[in-house]
Design a protein around this ligand. Sequence first.
Ligand code: SAM
Length: 232
Amino acid sequence: LYVDHPLAVGQSIPLERDQAHYLFGVMRQGEGAFIALFNSRDGEFLAEVTQAGKRGGTLTCREKSRDLQMPPDLWLLFAPIKKTRTDFIVEKAAEMGAMRICPVSTDFTNSERIRQDRLQAHAVEAAEQCGGTYVPEVADLVKLDRLLADWDPERQIMFCDEALVGAAEVLGAVKGGKWAILIGPEGGFSDAERKRLHALPYAHAVSLGPRILRADTAAVAALTVWQQQLGD
Ligand code: SAM
């Protein structure tokens, strides 16, 4: 269970109403049960339920069970699409070990608004379900131009588009370090965006194969190839 609270042996953690409902109502846990907690900072702790109520409760950390396992320094940049497909991208990126998830608005992006809190909650659920100790941060929607204006040139970009070289081939020839994957919207990138990205020395245009993948499929495919080549 993810908690936004410092964790240490002996520390008491107050539960919010929805967490209490989930643990005591849905999962039928009660006082004396042990729950694994993580907070993206201190690792994982086994905590005992020391008070269980309908509207809240308290857990007390008894022992540290795992150190924090940070994912590789990989960001996923993607143009939001339909709501459920955007949810899917965030969920899969959290499962696939992205460190940060950045919705970006591009020239042909259809959706100009996202619910950051909703997407962050999806990332929490995904990290919980895959037994992680870290939840990727979901950033607010930002324009691609704006993001690139402040870009750290040490972070390389795997720019997924029509390209002559396959992603595995490009990644196989580089070292690790800081990376971002960039996936376009259903309408693809505009000519101006392509021109700008091709001119960046730290952006590598890559193909994900001969078929045009839907943006959500492309995100999963790109994360898979990156993790296979440079991940852990
Ligand atoms: N008609 C659009 C175009 O001209 O680019 C297709 C966009 S595709 C549905 C959505 C995004 O997924 C693309 O912008 C790209 O980032 C990624 N994508 C899909 N298939 C790909 C492939 N075979 N290679 C690289 N990227 C791909």
